[in-house]
Design a protein around this ligand. Structure first.
Ligand SMILES: *Cc1c(COP(=O)(O)O)cnc(C)c1O
Length: 330
């Protein structure tokens, strides 16, 4: 990627003149089966740009109660986009189309207008679990019956595609727009893409500019992004294999309870049976060089990605074993 960055052909992308950005955007649109794409600085910016391009201030957005847009994007959906989130509890992050339908506002002078439904695949807080294309289709069809737009937070949509062994278009045909990350599993240093039809991307380009995301010689970012899309998708299965090995070893430890099915590269487990908190548990891991994140008072998340090799998994397992056995004998 660093070599590609060094040799990238550059231009001013605010004027649409960076050939490397244009190449990445064309590649992304064609991979996702959409007309057009837009490079953005981050997944958070991509979701915000999408929300603001689909919906107007004061309108309501139906989304899953633990989704990233609601949970981890600093409230931008309200603070910046001026939208009202309508969180609906899903099952493993997947919305029930009947719940979506029930949440759509009737035409009534007192109520806000529902304008958008968001899905997240894979679902981060549900442990990287996958919506099947059929599950997406069910929600998409309800939304379309009621004239709503649909956005997919597909930060990790390629993990879903690799898990089910299907082309990513099997998912993206059931949404109007998609945000996906070049960073994370696809291993690029910076960047995400928003894809959709021409009219949507034209709006998104203006919104991105307003949010300060219009970049000049952004080809240095896009050059790495092209490699991410062309060479890094297949490697996601290594992350999934590593997550399986880690999860199986963790599941054997007394006091650790894996709380969500491990399908892709995320493992969430509960440490309450060890009479400790996630914060203290994570601090003990960190002292031994293993990083994890806190996902609740007693919930810990681990993620596998490029640069975490099989021997690192073995090491992480040995560290967790040590921390668990210390806690059990305390
Ligand atoms: C990481 C992530 C994002 C945001 O991406 P950033 O580049 O960190 O802003 C959005 N949605 C999901 C599901 C994510 O996991």
């Amino acid at each position: 990627m660093l070599e590609a960055i060094r040799h990238a052909r550059l231009g001013d992308d605010v004027y649409g003149e960076d050939p490397t950005v244009n190449e990445l955007q064309e590649l992304a649109a064609s991979r996702m089966g959409k007309d057009a794409a837009l490079l953005v600085t981050s997944g958070t910016q991509g979701n915000l740009v999408s929300l603001m391009s689909h919906a107007r201030r004061g309108e309501e957005v139906i989304l899953e109660a633990e989704c990233h847009i609601y949970y981890y994007e600093v409230g931008g959906i309200s603070a910046l986009a001026g939208l009202i989130p309508r969180p609906i509890r899903g099952h493993l992050g997947v919305l029930d189309p009947r719940d979506v339908e029930a949440a759509i506002r009737p035409k009534d002078i007192h109520q806000p207008r529902t304008s958008l439904v968001c899905m997240e695949n894979t679902h981060n807080r549900a442990g990287g679990t996958v919506w099947t294309p059929e599950q997406m289709r069910a929600v998409y069809e309800v939304a379309k019956e009621h004239g709503l737009s649909v956005h997919l937070d597909g930060a990790r949509i390629f993990n879903a595609a690799v898990y089910l062994g299907v082309d990513v278009k099997q998912f993206t045909k059931y949404t109007d727009s998609v945000m996906f990350c070049l960073s994370k599993g696809l291993s690029a240093p910076i960047g995400s893409l928003v894809v959709g039809d021409e009219e949507f991307i034209e709006k998104a380009r203006r919104v991105r500019k307003m949010l300060g995301g219009g970049m000049r010689q952004a080809g240095i970012i896009a050059a790495a992004g092209i490699i991410a899309l062309e060479k890094m998708v297949d490697r996601l299965k290594e992350d999934h294999e590593n997550a399986q090995i880690l999860a199986k070893a963790l599941a054997k430890l007394d006091g650790i309870r894996i709380t969500h099915p491990v399908q892709t590269n995320i493992i969430i487990f509960d440490v309450s049976d060890l009479n400790t908190t996630a914060e203290r548990f994570i601090a003990s891991l960190a002292e031994r060089g293993v990083k994890a994140s806190q996902f609740g008072r007693t919930l810990v998340r681990m993620v596998t990605h490029r640069g975490i090799e099989r021997e690192d998994i073995e090491y992480a397992i040995s560290v967790v074993e040590e921390v668990v056995s210390k806690l059990r004998s305390a």
